[in-house]
Design a protein around this ligand. Sequence first.
Ligand SMILES: Cc1cc2nc3c(=O)[nH]c(=O)nc-3n(C[C@H](O)[C@H](O)[C@H](O)COP(=O)(O)O)c2cc1C
Length: 338
Amino acid sequence: MREIWKSARERIKGGCKVCPECNGVACAGWIPGMGGAGTGSSFKNNFKALAQRHLVMRVLHDANNPDCGLELWGRKFSMPVLAAPVGSIVWHLKGEFSDNAYMEQVLEGSAAAGVLATVGDTPDIDLFKSYLDQAGPRCSNLAPFMKPWAGDGAVRRLELAARAGCGICGMDVDSCSLPALRGTGAAVESLNGRKLAAVIDRAHQLGMKFIVKGVMSADEAVIAAEAGADGVVVSNHGGRALDHSRATIDALPEVAAAVGARCVVLMDGGLRTGTDVLKALALGAKATLICRPVMIAGCGAGAEGIAKFFNTVREDLLQVMQMTGCANLAAVSGRILG
Ligand SMILES: Cc1cc2nc3c(=O)[nH]c(=O)nc-3n(C[C@H](O)[C@H](O)[C@H](O)COP(=O)(O)O)c2cc1C
């Protein structure tokens, strides 16, 4: 991994310093770029709050060969981690990157590691369509996330995704006033429960599961669940949506308690290792997403770098599962945190 990071450092010309610890400090306010919004405090909070959770070691048990396989909506994945959606890598990372090339790396790297790939959205619906055309039959392992477009922008994208063969899609509802979109004329808006339900109903009519990404409180998780969401992601867009947001790991327990029995709870923000993933699972997440390190691994070594990164996370997860006495994901609970 050190070689991959070194290569990324050489290739990325701006937008990310490829720090040894991806914690939001050096890139605070870098948008375009990989940073958190404003002071960068939300990105930094995500990272810091995870570091402040501690594991209880347990070694007197039978969990010698843990199984971290995840079943989600009838599909099997190698671990409870997804590649997080990214919109416009070309704008955020100056240098030799293209959005279609990055999506290709994510698709291939995720498939090689046995995890679900995702792709983000921009105002350019033709770019969205080009992702689907490029993915072709591989759309079955690609979940496109669309923005909360005013008007029919979301439904048009849903129809394209369903036609292309995507079975899972989502919406980053926290993009309603995203600093990265402000000034671009992008017609995004805050969706109330009624508008959200209309989008989700259409996704269901088209045969797709729908994930609402960007929920940071129990009350909004309930709105999403009542609107029909199959999954909610506790996320603050990696600290890019709102400065001074609380950490995602701190919002996770109340969201899991409110809607965990009704829909799948996912979480992202600051997760870097299998140990971080296990902490999120212990606090109620069924699965997690990782963004910046996946981008860096892709910039450093393409699809192979992404697969290698995911496999490293998986190895770490298996090791910490054994060291905390968890034979499988069902055995993970708050008991492993001290
Ligand atoms: C450069 C960049 C672009 C992003 N674009 C999108 C996007 O288009 N849609 C989306 O849902 N999230 C987007 N995100 C947020 C990520 O999907 C994810 O929620 C967040 O970055 C997770 O935190 P982490 O990077 O600390 O792992 C983006 C994040 C970054 C850094």
